[in-house]
Design a binder for this molecule. Structure first.
Ligand code: NAP
Length: 294
């Protein structure tokens, strides 16, 4: 069993981005610029946004944070997005989800200019992904593809089982793994809460991606020997022994599943770190498009 270490793989992606950005700057070009909108002060969202900003700055991007109160109206949020859409110095726009209940996430996503949609959630990006047209790929599945690439995990002809069909993880993951890509070409089974024979399907998986948000759901008797297991789950579980009062739990019962696998991602320290790498890569793509590079 080998750990697919998000720290190592994400650092490699960041390093190559940092080199590219410094070369661009040496040519007198401006820095790529990511703008993040954070509504309210949800603890997990604060952590994610801080990490996205830190990583952006580390590789030489400009990073802007627009903070809005949890009571902000949908109209004001949409007008903030419009002004970032119209700001030629901003390459990528990300609105941290989830949003307060009175705001339509779909409207927000659709207001972002598809050319700046570095989260890859806009219907234009989703449609392009399905059609195999180069586009912004949602950061988490993109990060997983980068992880497979970093560790050179063979995927061609393998059976991948994806648990979860959300628009941000499961569904795009299933599309990528089934696409004709260097780390795609799998035969994919996508499972959800109405899948009756989940255990039998998982047992057929050469690659199993768990993205359902149920801590420890995937048990050792669901995984065949030598499978590759990718754990996307991030759930805060109350834990009095931690200063924060919680621990982060994945969707896989790591301790018991890991010995059966060929490769497995830990939580934390796996997919979560790759998600930011995917976001940064998308932002550089948006920048190059805006600058007419390549
Ligand atoms: P989501 O929107 O709640 O979707 C969960 C999916 O899992 C749904 O398709 C649901 O099926 C399915 N599901 C739920 N219970 C199931 C069960 N018992 N058996 C089979 N399928 C089941 O969640 P998400 O946004 O995709 O996120 C999934 C997990 O990944 C969460 O823990 C989240 O925090 C984490 N996450 C991590 C990252 C990262 O950077 N590492 C990024 C995003 C999300 P139905 O469609 O039938 O309801």
């Amino acid at each position: 069993m080998q750990i697919l270490d998000g720290k190592i793989a994400a650092a490699a992606v960041r390093e190559s981005l940092k080199t590219e950005v410094s070369q661009l700057k040496a040519q007198g070009k401006r820095a790529p610029h990511l703008a993040v909108i954070l509504v309210g002060n949800n603890g997990a969202s604060e952590t994610y946004v801080a990490s996205k900003q830190k990583n952006s700055l580390e590789i030489g991007f400009l990073s802007t944070l627009v903070r809005l109160d949890a009571t902000v109206s949908e109209e004001i949020l949409l007008s903030e997005i419009e002004s970032l859409n119209n700001d030629a110095t901003v390459d990528g726009i990300l609105v941290q989800l989830p949003l307060p209940k009175h705001i339509s996430e779909q409207k927000v996503i659709e207001t972002i200019n598809p050319n700046k949609d570095v989260d890859g959630f806009h219907p234009v990006s989703a449609g392009n992904l399905v059609l195999g047209i180069p586009t912004f790929i949602p950061a988490t599945p993109y990060g997983i593809m980068l992880m497979l690439e970093h560790y050179n995990i063979p995927t061609k002809g393998k059976h991948a089982v994806v648990i979860g069909r959300s628009n941000i993880v499961g569904r795009p993951m299933s599309i990528l793994l089934s696409s004709n890509l260097p780390y795609g070409n799998c035969t994919v089974t996508i499972c959800h809460s109405h899948t009756p024979n989940l255990k039998e399907l998982c047992l057929q998986g050469d690659i199993v991606v768990a993205a359902l948000g149920r801590p420890g759901f995937v048990k050792e008797d669901m995984i065949k020997d030598g499978a590759v297991v990718i754990d996307v789950g991030i759930t805060r579980v109350p834990d009095e022994t931690k200063k924060s009062g919680f621990r982060i739990a994945g969707d896989v019962d790591f301790e018991n599943v890991a010995p059966k696998t060929s490769y497995i991602t830990p939580v934390p320290g796996g997919v979560g770190l790759m998600t930011i790498a995917g976001l940064l890569k998308n932002t550089l793509v948006a920048y190059k498009k805006a600058e007419g590079i390549e």
